[in-house]
Design a protein around this ligand. Structure first.
Ligand code: PEP
Length: 251
């Protein structure tokens, strides 16, 4: 059975103190509650180690928002996957559209990052998704399939350790959400593509998250879709009061 997951992506928000306070607030809000999904927060690098400590003893898993394609060495400003793992973090977002758009991340780079993450025991949350023009001109499925090619370099065994996030770029931070039908169509497409590349068992066991202006009001309908296994949440993950209803959408 694949996992249900609600993961936050804090992006370039929160100082160290704000991040720890947010994590502590989330831990307190979850205490004593029945939680029906895995809860993850992916934080800026500077906060990862402190947030891991802050959420100790809770159900919350912690991740980074990126890692280097390199193992170690003269890469000023980069953070290697083994450094992320050394904090106790278990996840890493890879291929977020903002990394693709502003940092030129392509399949070649992302294959390296996937391998670094997996070699260090991190679970990659691998993002795919089309821009508005690709949605409108009908090429979105081909675009997504092309982005999935980076993951398809992995063995079935390694692929099974990954989570996929479908994030239509036109819905990220815009307040525009894909309708549950639009999201379900792409999630089913991705799952079929995984089945064709590997097999039905791998496809059935892969968690595919939706991301793009997901909030408490639309999460229940999105999560009710058969191929949507949770969400990758940006803006609404920055406050306990807006993140909790999304977690609670898994009844
Ligand atoms: C994201 O950046 O991964 C995201 C889904 O952002 P938002 O929820 O703010 O649209």
């Amino acid at each position: 059975m694949r996992k249900k997951i609600v993961a936050g992506n804090w992006k370039m928000n929160t100082t160290l103190q704000e991040g720890v306070a947010l994590a502590e607030g989330l831990k307190a809000a979850l205490e004593g509650k029945q939680v029906n999904c895995d809860v993850v927060v992916c934080t800026p690098f500077i906060s990862v180690a402190s947030v891991v400590k802050a959420v100790e003893g809770s159900v919350i898993g912690v991740g980074a928002e990126d890692c280097s394609a390199h193992t170690s060495g003269a890469y000023t400003g980069e953070v290697a996957a083994n450094m992320v793992a050394s904090t106790g973090a278990k996840y890493v977002i890879l291929g977020h559209s903002e990394r693709r758009q502003y940092h030129g991340e392509n399949n070649e780079i992302l294959v390296e990052k996937l391998n670094q993450a997996l070699a260090n025991g991190l679970t990659p949350i691998f993002c795919v998704g089309e821009v508005k023009e690709e949605r409108e001109n009908g090429t979105f499925k081909a675009v997504i399939e092309g982005q999935m090619e980076a993951m398809y370099t992995l063995s079935a065994e390694d692929f099974a350790k990954c989570v996929v996030a479908y994030e239509p770029v036109w819905a990220i931070g815009t307040g525009l959400t894909a309708t549950s039908e639009q999201a379900q169509e792409v999630h089913a497409f991705i799952r079929a593509s995984i089945a064709a590349k590997y097999n039905a068992e791998v496809a059935d066991n892969t968690s595919i998250l939706y991301g793009g202006s997901c909030k408490g009001s639309n999460a229940p309908e999105l999560f009710a879709q058969p191929d949507i296994d949770g969400g990758l949440i940006g803006g609404a993950a920055l406050k306990v009061d807006t993140f909790m209803p999304i977690i609670e959408a898994w009844k």
